[in-house]
Design a binder for this molecule. Sequence first.
Ligand code: FAS
Ligand code: PHB
Length: 404
Amino acid sequence: MTPALSGQKPVDVPARTGVVIVGGGPSGLLLSQLLHLAGVDNVVLERRSRAYVLSRIRAGVLEQGTVDLLRKAGVGARMDREGLVHDGVEIAFHDRRLRIDLADLTGGRTVMVYGQTEVTADLYAARDAMGGTVLHEAEDVALHDLEGTQPFVTFRLGETVHRIDCDFVAGCDGFHGVSRQSIPADRLRQFEMVYPFGWLGLLADVPPVHEELIYAGHERGFALCSMRSPTRSRYYVQCGLDERVEDWSDDRFWEALAAHLPADIAARLVTGPSIEKSIAPLRSFVAEPMRFGRLFLAGDAAHIVPPTGAKGLNLAASDIHYLSEALIAHYRQGDEGGLAAYSDRALARVWKAERFSWWMTTTLHRFPDKGEFGARMQQAEFDYLASSRAAQTTLAENYVGLPY
Ligand code: FAS
Ligand code: PHB
């Protein structure tokens, strides 16, 4: 029996399991839950404590496909009670505002506003309720014999080194994880674009300025008005890569936010003390293929999108949809087709979401180096969007999520 770690109950570390899942964020936990429900043994190895994982404030918008998958995983009850269904979203440009009627333009499809932190908490609760094995503070995770038929994973819990033999490894350990780095460089193609700015995010217990999200492009830079509930708001402003969160007082943030918004919205802004403030860099990144032997990458371990399109968490969900289906078909029918097709199938959807996230980011953020012509192109993008139902339909169908 492994001794308790920072409050973790003593756990039995199995010598063997079906799938070792590296990473206890939304990707890893959702895969663990779906596999367990299908009778596929698995173990989740998470580097951080549960409290640390649940302290991270990230995504806020769930596509219909993600909502359906969470319900299928048996973790949709609180989301359905507390989540906010949105059938529209606003795009603002300088002082103009345009409502995109998501439901009208997509035959009734909507999005759910429900924070990633809550999704992760619901998944942890479900793992606990089913007696799932999630090992926290698992350090020095290393993947072995991925190209063989008997891969295994080693890691350390406290002073004790463990080995788990398995059939497959799911790399759900995010952009900085060990999984993608376990693939030889000559077997991986990586595509990346780093944007010359970041997002400064603030969470506050104040009522949202508007009942729907507002993505605002402005000559001062981009701003996003989002929310977590009718009493808790989430805001972002574009910031420089050299900015430090400690240089941003709450007052400075609220002033900057108001200056980035259309005057009528800024006039309605309710401010208050921040309960969280953080800066996230923006990048587009894809690693191909998303498989190496018995290792399958999913979520941020394989791809990153700028959060402007609200796709990060939702791409993680569609990866897990494809991967869980493929693994279950392997165990139930000995069908290898899903595993063989996983990378191509996932990447086909990933690249479309990369394009949409890139388009939203390049259209709405301030790029000083793109000069006046670049600014005119952004104006033209907005003018076309405002004048064309076809353009609005394109934005809407990508925002609610392309089909799986
Ligand atoms: P995650 O990074 O969430 O989880 C990976 C887990 O693996 C982590 O818990 C990590 O501790 C663990 N891990 C890492 N290395 C390990 C190792 N060697 N061994 C064991 N465990 C290891 N998306 C949006 O849609 N909207 C947003 O506003 C948004 N904001 C974001 C802000 C930030 C700062 C970041 C980093 C991402 C943001 N995202 C946003 C994207 C985000 O939501 C991801 O898409 C989502 O977390 C993907 O989930 P996972 O793939 O599980 O990766
Ligand atoms: C959020 O609420 O954190 C959020 C919402 C939509 C985005 C990005 C972040 O596109």
